[in-house]
Design a protein around this ligand. Structure first.
Ligand SMILES: Nc1ncnc2c1ncn2[C@@H]1O[C@H](COP(=O)(O)OP(=O)(O)OP(=O)(O)O)[C@@H](O)[C@H]1O
Length: 737
């Protein structure tokens, strides 16, 4: 890129509003003197091959300036004040905005036309304190990447009151749009995505950057290639101390949750992305499970792809293959799946590029990690008091425990866990939110739907512990003090501030309990030496390693489904109603079985349930509706029992299927229908036999009566004949006849 285009010219002079827009409420920050910076500030590694001259305001960052200038009442999203959002038709620099391509929490991207055709124009719309730095960094990095796997930077104006940069417009849907529209991709196409994205990540790694937000929405499916976008949070490997809530949680590598980016963190995200592309869904909630995925976790992935995605998503970053090996594997799979070299997918020593990065980490800010008590689990994951509350989602200890309680169906216990956690780390970490509000935020962030407590257990910490004990599941560390209970009926109440005394008493509740099969917790070695590179690990040896995450293996998909059914059948609000309704088909089934028993000889003295008012009424109703002979009413009343059973079980199962969002996979419906069909069939057969017997008896009776009538008639006729004949003989014998 030429200097003329690289120098971000002030198309709009500072303070001058952009043309054409009607966003009068927008508050542009005050003009500020400019300086040349080497973007981005977080970059570590060799200087760019061509110095990038990107001009940005000096002194207070734009975010700070904007906040200072912002009147009270300016819209805010969380902690983020909003910049003005340009309207379609507006002009920015030499470009006219044609329409929106999309936006994230940070910037809006427009299709724009101007100099040399159409471009994608990205506009900074967030004025958080470091957003302009990130924006400048993204533009500079795009320029350095020069279109290799990423859109090419065209030009930029970062001095504008509305900072923007223009890049190559990549035509096509994002992969999330593609999967939403067309469903899962065929294996060969998944491999093409892997090939293109791995190449792009390798280019990025050569520039000493991680992407850190590899996800379907950040890959555009152009007609001839797949292009990675959104470098807004890309950062140098060595800058591991950021507290910024970066990345999209569903695709984040486990080590990013403890703010220890690894050279292979993007490999993990890409592995999950490939699973998503191949199956249309992500493995559930495994971020905090603390183990590698298995074939059972990932759903119906093509057998060729399976070893690849399982290797890419290994829990420990050093167990994942490096980019170089993955590129080789994908090439082999694309050419001939049978010739896969398994050594490429094995854990591998750090590559040259990675080795340099590890040194950066160890000699850089990583070594300055907090000095903490070696036995404190919380200390292994130091909490910064000034972090926004939203960053709690990156706390592996907290989230690991929440993952457990939620997985077991004890959302109420989660509030207790959060409460205990806040006791230990200081209630100010909640930013004024109640544990219930913190829980709601975390649930939304993790996309966890409300759980339903197993029948017979209180939705509290103690209830959860009882449940685990009963089912032989690993228990959390035994607290030295009782966990504060939620008061009945006030699930969202604000808890009383906790005292320091309470904090010390309850903190041990966060120690992972004895968990068979778990990796041993890594204790904190005093003054950890730098682990020699090439001896089996590329992970930096920070002074304090995170303790092993809760070691409950994530449940298999079928187990989860069955457990979800169980949970949804019980507990709380709609769940209670569902549980009651769920009993109706069972009661009807019991009545039908009773009716069956009565059909057998010797049991027919038992009163018929069909005489109950409900069934009798149904019998009358169906006779009236079907215009049948009223003598059929008792039969229809009998039939109404199994029919009602089928209908109610269908409704209950439909209700469950909707609640669990798993379509017709709820277990009992087909079974219930089969049972009901058997009930109807037996009733029909026995009823038919009874009817036939009755008919035969009636016909026999009729014949008997007929014979009797005939006999009587015969006797009578004979008697009359004899009498007549005698009378006639007598008359003939008379002398006067
Ligand atoms: N070069 C491009 N060509 C075409 N469309 C693009 C381009 N860059 C971005 N987009 C579109 O704009 C949308 C938003 O872009 P991007 O993800 O970079 O924004 P963002 O605000 O940084 O998002 P996030 O909050 O995820 O960081 C993308 O999903 C994509 O649809």
């Amino acid at each position: 890129m030429s200097d003329q285009t690289t120098r971000m010219t002030a198309a709009n002079s500072p303070g001058q509003p952009a043309q054409g827009g009607d966003h009068t409420a927008a508050v542009p920050p005050p003009p500020a003197p400019t300086r040349v910076v080497s973007p981005p500030s977080a970059r570590i590694g060799p200087p760019p091959t061509a110095p990038t001259e990107i001009v940005q305001p000096s002194g207070a960052t734009r975010g700070q300036a904007a906040r200072q200038a912002a009147p009270l009442g300016q819209p805010e999203v969380g902690n983020a004040a909003l910049q003005r959002i340009p309207a379609t038709g507006e002009t920015l620099g030499p470009y006219q905005l044609l329409g929106s391509l999309g936006h994230g929490g940070f910037a809006h991207v427009y299709r724009a036309t101007g100099q040399g055709g159409e471009v994608a124009l990205k506009v900074l719309t967030n004025s958080e304190h470091d957003s302009l730095d990130r924006f400048v960094g993204e533009a500079a990095l795009l320029e350095r990447l020069a279109g290799r796997g990423f859109p090419q930077l065209v030009t930029a104006d970062l001095q504008s009151p509305t900072p923007w940069f223009a890049m190559e417009l990549v035509p096509g849907p994002t992969l999330s749009q593609r999967v939403a529209a067309d469903g899962p991709m065929p294996p060969h196409e998944v491999l093409r995505v892997a090939d293109d994205v791995l190449d792009a990540l390798a280019v990025l790694q050569e520039e000493h950057f991680l992407h850190r937000d590899v996800k379907p929405a950040n890959i555009i499916a152009a007609p001839d290639r797949y292009v990675l976008i959104d470098l807004g949070i890309a950062k140098g490997h060595g800058t591991s101390t950021s507290t910024h809530a970066a990345g999209t949680i569903s695709y984040m590598a486990p080590e990013l949750f403890v703010r220890k980016p690894h050279a292979r963190s993007d490999v993990y995200s890409l592995g999950l992305l490939l699973i998503f592309l191949a199956t249309g869904e992500l493995p559930n909630d495994l971020n905090f499970a603390g183990r590698d995925l298995t074939a059972a976790d990932v759903g119906p992935v093509d057998q060729r792809l399976l070893p690849l995605v399982l290797a890419m998503t290994r829990h420990r970053p050093e167990d994942r293959p490096p980019l170089h090996n993955l590129i080789g594997t994908v090439a082999q799979l694309a050419a001939d799946g049978a010739r896969l070299d398994p050594t490429l997918l094995a854990a591998a020593d750090a590559t040259t590029v990675e080795r340099g990065l590890v040194t950066e980490v160890l000699t850089g800010s990583g070594a300055a990690a907090a000095v903490v008590a070696p036995t404190s689990v919380l200390a292994s994951n130091p909490v910064r008091q000034d972090e926004p509350v939203t960053n709690l989602v990156y706390d592996q200890q907290l989230m690991g425990r929440l993952h457990q309680v939620h997985g077991d169906g004890f959302d109420g216990a989660a509030e207790d866990v959060i409460s205990v956690y806040l006791s230990a780390v200081g209630p100010q970490r909640a930013g004024g939110r109640t544990p219930a509000e913190v829980k709601d935020y975390l649930w939304a962030a993790m996309r966890w739907v409300p759980a339903f407590t197993p029948e017979g257990y209180a939705d509290t910490y103690d209830g959860w512990v009882a449940y685990r004990q009963r089912h032989g599941l690993p228990l959390p560390g035994v607290p030295t003090a009782s966990v504060p209970r939620r008061q009945a009926g006030s699930p969202t109440q604000h808890r009383a501030p906790v005292t320091n005394q309470q904090a010390t008493q309850v903190a041990p509740a966060f120690r992972p309990g004895p968990t068979p099969g778990a990796r041993p917790a890594q204790t904190t070695a005093p003054a950890p030496a730098q682990r020699p590179v090439g001896q089996g690990s590329t992970q930096p040896s920070a002074p304090v390693r995170p303790a092993a995450p809760p070691a409950k293996p994530a449940p298999r998909r079928e187990d989860r489904d069955a457990r979800a059914d169980k949970r949804r059948d019980s507990g709380g609000g709609l769940g209670a109603l569902a549980a009651i309704i769920g009993w109706v088909p069972r009661i009807l089934l019991a009545i039908a079985v009773y009716q069956l028993i009565r059909l057998f000889p010797g049991f027919d003295a038992m009163p018929s349930a069909a005489g109950l008012p409900l069934f009798a009424a149904l019998g009358d109703l169906s006779v009236a509706m079907l215009n049948l002979d009223p003598v059929w009413a008792p039969r229809m009343a009998e039939l109404s029992i199994p029919l009602l059973g089928i209908v109610t079980s269908a409704l209950v199962n439909l209700f469950r299927a909707v609640r669990t969002r798993r379509g017709g996979r709820t277990w009992p419906f087909w079974l219930v229908v089969v049972v009901w069909v058997i009930v109807i069939a037996v009733q029909g057969v026995v009823g038919y036999a009874q009817q036939a017997t009755e008919n035969a008896r009636e016909s026999f009776e009729q014949q008997r009566e007929q014979i009797q009538d005939d006999l009587e008639q015969g006797v009578q006729d004979t008697t009359e004949d004899v009498r007549d004949s005698l009378w006639e003989s007598f008359e003939n014998a008379l002398p006067w006849s």
